[in-house]
Design a protein around this ligand. Structure first.
Ligand SMILES: [Zn+2]
Length: 110
C-alpha cells in the first residue's frame, strides 16, 4: 500500500489510476493504492471521507458513540503522521527542485 500526491505516473495509470475522485468524479488531489487505487479530491477528503470513517467504525445498529470516541485518537495520530510524511515529501521535492541537476556544471564552479 502506498500514498502519493499527484502527478500520476504512466505506471499508476497502467495499474488503474484515473486521476478522478472516486466520490465526485472531479480531479483527484491524492491517491492511495493497495489492491486498487482510491483517488480523492480535497473537498471530498474533508467533507465525505470522515463520514465513511465514522460508518466503518460504528458497528451497525450501535448507539454507543463512545466506540467512535475511543477510535478518534488513533485516527488523529494517523492523520498527523500522514501530514508530517507529506510535508517531508514536499520538502524533499522542493530541495531537489532547487539543487542544480548538472554535476558537470557544479565541477566547473569548483
Ligand atoms: Zn471529490
Amino acid at each position: 500500500m502506498g500514498r502519493q500526491n499527484h502527478p500520476l505516473t504512466k505506471a499508476d495509470q497502467a495499474h488503474g489510476a484515473t486521476g478522478k475522485c472516486f466520490c465526485c468524479q472531479g480531479r483527484s488531489d491524492a491517491f492511495w493504492f493497495g489492491e486498487l487505487y482510491v483517488e480523492i479530491c480535497r473537498v471530498c477528503a474533508t467533507e465525505v471521507l470522515p463520514a465513511l470513517i465514522a460508518d466503518a467504525i460504528l458497528p451497525e445498529g450501535s448507539l454507543d458513540t463512545l466506540i467512535a470516541e475511543r477510535e478518534l485518537p488513533k485516527i488523529e495520530k494517523t492523520f498527523w503522521k500522514a501530514v508530517a510524511s507529506g510535508v517531508a515529501h514536499n520538502a524533499r521535492t522542493e530541495q531537489n527542485r532547487l539543487l542544480p541537476a548538472n554535476d558537470d556544471e557544479n565541477a566547473l564552479r569548483g
